[in-house]
Ligand binder design. Sequence first.
Ligand SMILES: Cc1ncc(COP(=O)(O)O)c(C=O)c1O
Length: 412
Amino acid sequence: MAGGRDTGPRPLRTRAAALDAADGLRGARALFALDDGVYLDGNSLGALPAHVPARVADIVTRQWGELRIRSWDESGWWTAPERIGDRIAPLVGAAPGQIVVGDSTSVNVFKAVVAAARLRPDRTDIVVDASTFPTDGYIAESAARMTGRRIVPVAPAELSSALGPDTAVVLLNHVDYRTGRLHDLPSLTADVHAAGAVAVWDLCHSAGALPVGLDAHGVDLAVGCTYKYLNGGPGSPAYLYVAERHQAAFDSPLPGWHSHADPFAMDHAYAPADGATRGRVGTPEILSTLALEAALEVWDGVSIDSVRAKSLALTDFFLECVAAYVPGGLDGPDSRLTSTTPVAHAERGSQIALRCAEAPAVMKELVARGVVGDLRRPDVLRFGFTPLYVGFADAERAAATLAEVLAEITPV
Ligand SMILES: Cc1ncc(COP(=O)(O)O)c(C=O)c1O
């Protein structure tokens, strides 16, 4: 087996060790509860920061068990959605006061798309990324029916020619969940604005992996989850960004009492709170919200630019190892693997997606051998690179194991 993990000289393994030794983020791995496998699925569910279980135990036993109702004030439960939003803000390039945490991404897509459409009452079209993660498409379609608009599916590459005076809202994914393609947020947002429309971005696959620059690029509204690169835990709450300039006009389709200007007035007339708070709905999921807050401590002192630099180096190195180790190489006429992730750094998120006819059997065997990526049916092997806890030796080992597995699985 050419360059296999356990045979012959392995210069790439030597290089991996040198790259790991020079990695300024290498200390962060110790902050996570990980075994000696290779975890390349942080783009689906981030790993557990090791200090979170003790924090959750305290939240349950002391804050809930002993302080009970007093914790809404004394433990900061009431203000957690805004406080944690402000902790996420620097990771996505937002000034404080514009992000509120709560609900799922799907629910926040609904709030954002309807509120965006209400900002453009005279326009008919809601443009949706044709390759979007499905939930965004389903929700946008329902939002369109509810607001009397029309859905226009458009590939991001063709967006500028599809925009016009009827475009009210454009909903885009920053990184494509299947291919790992990074869309050009600054230029697409500028195109949306040139057409007079409102730009809504889904950051699920970019936040925590690369700089987003929400404020710098004039994004209007954005949503994202916290259980991938932000390591908030399964089902941890999502977030909604409402640019400050839109907050006064942000008209939520879910105006629950937690978004009221004075919730305990118990007034029958709705009066929205100021700021990002008007993106709240009802009682937040406190346990997972506070678990997220604890998990975000792993970002203390970490710059998102250093994360991006390592992410690109990791994905480059993984591709190099795959090309060197896998029989038939990568993307060639004899190869069993084709990368659908762009080679250009400017177009690449933090995952590598490889098409492979035998993908289901290959991923099953990889997982059995301690290399955990995931499968997107029918034929995509996804490998997510989370720079806080994935190293170059992991990338080399994953590629070598992939080569071993492919050599054992008969081509279909
Ligand atoms: C791009 C994108 N949007 C939305 C979602 C769905 O989010 P939720 O299940 O939190 O509603 C996901 C989930 O993986 C996603 O990747």
